[in-house]
Design a protein around this ligand. Structure first.
Ligand code: ASP
Length: 442
């Protein structure tokens, strides 16, 4: 079989917020014949004060469900869609669609059904604009009771997308459940829909078009103007997003990672910029030119440290420690240890109300020489594939922290060999992130 060259393009809400944005999307799609599967979000905000169509739909549905008046909110939805249709000079029969939606609200459609109409109508418009076939996910994307895509989807959607010569628009965010009712993914789920379409069509590439220049190497609220990453692996993304970096929707990675389909994050407002590529393996060029993928972190952990002389000879010590956590329903995040001491890092919020009980139980079961509890620590993760083999990375990290006068409370090099994690006081967290970022990006 010939290798696929098809590209799935997902456009986020801000990329479809107005007629002008629709025109940009049209130009991007037409610029490359391989862009044959298009997955739109519902129109998002045009500016900071604006409303997202999806939020308005939830509001209408809620009002209708308690017999309150939803006409003013509905009028906003109507105005947005009809305005875009008019400005684009299209006839996508949206007036009739909106009339039946209004009836639906009065009839009591579900919240999922209501929310899905944003993507549905956006898809109708885009299909008309592109002269493309409209593929309704209510017919071919199955969402399981757990909210995740059901494997039945691969064959169903795959069949609808089989002809590479036809350009299709498949709205994001929704599908149907086993009973045939409309069901949505969780919020932001059009990212997931794009990944699902890419996997079902065995696409060569999943382009995710947004309003940012790519995935950033650090949190822009802490580091001013951080650099976008050129290329990053699925595994690095997993580490960075677990540590709080905002990337794609969590559930969007699995379908493309499993099928090894690369992802390219692009900017609709700057289509000539290359964006960020997410791949299974880094290219030799990236390996040569970059030392780390990025820095991320969270200030929401707690740490328990237990010391006991000759702990290393006590069989089952850590087992019993984790047993106490299990018994109290607390998951642990990291567990760095030394000969006679071990720490567990847990989510601070889950620990808060149970701390005294957990500590008492640890004292009773493990009889430690010392027990320390730090209710708030921040963890900073420096993430980079192959970084454990490169010389001098750790030295750079710790020299930067020392120069910034940040006291390091714990160090953990993950067994995955793609991160170094340092624990610092929450007040030192921003300074730590800035210092580490500055050490790698001059
Ligand atoms: N429109 C949906 C939301 O606002 C899905 C998406 O945009 O990805 O959550």
């Amino acid at each position: 079989m010939e290798a696929s060259t098809r590209i799935v393009c997902k456009f986020g809400g801000s990329s479809l917020a107005s007629a002008t944005q629709f025109r940009k999307v049209e130009a991007i799609v037409r610029a490359d014949a391989r862009r044959s599967i298009i997955v739109p979000s519902a129109p998002g905000k045009r500016d900071a004060k604006d409303a997202k169509i999806t939020d308005l739909l939830y509001l209408c549905q809620h009002a209708a469900s308690v017999d309150a008046d939803f006409s003013a909110t509905f009028a906003q939805i109507e105005e947005r869609f009809l305005g875009i249709e008019r400005e684009l000079g299209l006839d996508a029969s949206l007036a009739a669609e909106l009339a039946s939606l209004r009836e639906g609200f009065a009839r009591g459609i579900s919240a999922d059904h209501a929310a899905s109409r944003g993507e549905y109508l956006s898809g109708r418009l885009l299909a008309a604009l592109l002269g493309a076939e409209f593929v309704d996910p209510a017919e071919c994307v199955v969402i399981g009771a757990n909210g995740l895509v059901d494997p039945e989807t691969w064959a169903l959607l795959g069949a609808r997308l089989a002809d590479p010569a036809r350009r299709c628009v498949v709205p994001g965010f929704y599908g149907r459940d086993a009973e045939g009712n409309i069901r949505t993914f969780s919020r932001g789920g059009s990212d997931v829909s794009g990944a699902v379409a890419a996997r079902a069509a065995a696409a060569a590439l999943y382009e995710n078009w947004t309003d940012v220049p790519g995935l950033l190497m650090a949190d822009p609220r802490i580091v001013p103007n951080p650099k976008p990453m050129d290329e990053v692996t699925y595994a690095e993304i997993r580490e960075l997003s677990y540590m709080g970096a905002s990337v794609l929707h969590e559930e969007a990675m699995a379908p493309v990672r499993d099928a090894r389909i690369p992802v390219n994050i692009r900017n609709t407002n700057d289509p000539s910029a290359p964006g960020t590529r997410i791949v299974a393996e880094l290219s030799p060029e990236t390996i040569k030119n970059t030392q780390i993928a990025g820095v991320a972190g969270k200030a929401s952990f707690a740490m328990i440290t237990i010391s006991k002389h000759l702990m290393n000879r006590e069989v089952g010590f850590v087992y019993r420690l984790l047993g106490v956590l299990e018994h109290n329903g607390i998951a642990f995040e990291h567990c760095p240890s030394s000969i006679d001491s071990v720490s567990v890092i847990v989510d601070a919020q889950g620990m808060e109300s149970r701390a005294q009980q957990v500590l008492a139980e640890i004292r009773r079961t493990l009889e430690p020489d010392a027990l320390e509890y730090v209710p708030k620590v921040a963890l900073v993760a420096v993430v980079g594939e192959g970084m454990s083999h490169a010389i001098g990375i750790a030295a750079k990290v710790f020299a930067a922290l020392a120069a910034a006068e940040v006291n390091v409370r714990l160090i953990n090099q993950g067994a995955s060999e793609l991160n170094i994690i340092v624990g610092v006081a929450p007040d030192d967290y921003p300074a730590a992130v800035r210092a580490i970022y500055g050490a790698f990006v001059p």
